[in-house]
Design a protein around this ligand. Structure first.
Ligand SMILES: Cc1ncc(COP(=O)(O)O)c(C=O)c1O
Length: 404
């Protein structure tokens, strides 16, 4: 054993964990003992109202979605035991990919085992040296790391970050990119549709206009907007009244509104998807989406397309919850999304408040550093179409107790 290295690693790990514990920042993994729904059975707490899942449309435990997953398991077995290009492409993959493309109204899509993987694939595959990627500073960690990876493996691929949601800052970046002699290829702009920690939305019409002005391509990760935003849940572009064709590429997850299991995708032009199939390292070197998940997610999208009233119900619940929280004197960032962050600044305080809420039968997670920047800790309340008004009233009662 390399005695000089191992004790060093051991002691520094213990030090980090101890310091997290002492400062009240240690995350406790809560164990759920049943399906994800409006309420969940939590070990040690019994039945609690769940207000921190991404189960926006209540499809995670929908009977048809569950049955489709079981049927997929029966038909295809436990897994593909292969990456896609060897022997891991099953007809259920073709079906879900056609479904995703149909849902957006774009040419094609390709699935991954997570949206993290999709974001790891898209930049490293589609971008080349001489290109520049311009990214909103609050983009999801998977976008940030996907860009870091692409830049590190393609020398000469450039990146820039613009101030969150600031179109003037984006314009400045684009002006700079066009004036930069090292930028000889494509300029890419990437943004979350709905920002996961703020719950605000990207100004897609403004961003599209700038992309057109500067000849840039636009990628939108709408993981929190798909199934939530727009009259039929198509996403943030629909909220803005934009056609999906105005977005060059979408990335998204199957792990939130669309069944909630796991999996991600890239959707857009056939040509780009063909390139991803040939060159995307997460798909060349990692197993295919499990067939049971492909089948349950396919059913979830079918249910969403058949029952757009789920989106309306979610919207009504969001309005009711936002109004109720604000009435109690908590400041919630204004937005039409299902993510309602209550900013409390201090990480230990957020975690403590979250534990108090749990004692009142309400499950809301407190987020602190490193998930959000130091000093920006928050309780993130997330609303679902599965909630009844009574569930949201329980939240208000618990928050009122907290406020007192
Ligand atoms: C904007 C965004 N992109 C990507 C992801 C990652 O999704 P997945 O769980 O499918 O990897 C998330 C998950 O939180 C997200 O919010």
């Amino acid at each position: 054993m390399p005695a000089t290295i191992a004790p060093n690693f051991h002691s520094r790990t213990v030090e980090i964990l101890d310091s997290l514990e002492q400062s009240g920042q240690l995350k406790l993994l809560q164990s759920i003992e049943g399906p994800m729904d409006a309420t969940v059975r939590m070990r040690g707490h019994g039945e609690v109202v769940c207000l921190c899942s991404n189960n926006y449309l209540g499809l995670a435990n929908h009977p048809e979605v569950v049955e489709a997953g079981i049927a997929g398991l029966r038909k295809y077995g436990a897994g593909t035991a292969s990456v896609r290009f060897i022997c891991g492409t099953f007809d259920c993959h073709e079906r879900i990919e056609a479904r995703i493309a149909q849902f957006y109204g774009v040419e094609a899509s390709y699935t991954f085992t997570s949206c993290w993987n999709a974001n790891e694939a898209i930049f490293a595959t589609l971008c080349e040296p001489g290109d520049m990627i311009v990214s909103d500073e609050f983009n999801h960690a998977s976008i940030i790391d996907g860009i870091r990876l692409a830049v590190s493996i393609k020398k000469g691929l450039l990146r820039g970050v613009y101030k969150h949601g600031d179109l003037n800052a984006l314009r400045e970046r684009l002006v700079g990119a066009r004036a930069n002699s090292e930028v000889t290829g494509t300029i890419w702009v990437v943004t979350d549709g709905v920002f996961s920690m703020e719950g605000d939305i990207a100004d897609l019409p403004g961003i599209r206009a700038l992309c057109d002005e500067f000849g840039a391509l636009l990628i939108v990760d709408d993981s929190h907007g798909t199934g939530v935003m727009g009259a039929s849940g198509r996403g943030t572009h629909e909220h803005w009244g934009m056609s999906a064709t105005k977005i060059d590429y979408f990335t998204g997850t199957l792990g939130k509104a669309l069944g909630g299991a796991a999996g991600g995708y890239i959707a857009g032009s056939r040509r780009a998807i063909d390139l991803i199939v040939q060159r995307g390292r997460p798909t060349l070197f990692s197993n295919a989406l499990p067939c049971s998940v492909a089948c349950s997610a396919d059913k979830a999208i079918e249910v969403l397309m058949r029952e757009p009233q789920r989106v309306t119900r979610l919207r009504d619940n969001v309005a009711y919850a936002r109004e109720g929280i604000a009435k109690l004197g908590f400041s919630v960032l204004e937005s039409p999304t299902a993510i309602c962050p209550i900013i409390v600044h201090d990480t230990a305080k957020a975690i403590h408040m979250s534990r108090q809420l749990l004692d009142s039968g309400v499950f809301v997670i407190g987020f602190g550093y490193p998930v959000v920047p130091e000093g920006h800790a928050r309780l993130r309340v997330q609303i679902s179409a599965a909630h009844e008004q009574a569930h949201l009233d329980t939240l208000f009662t618990a928050l009122a107790t907290l406020a007192r």
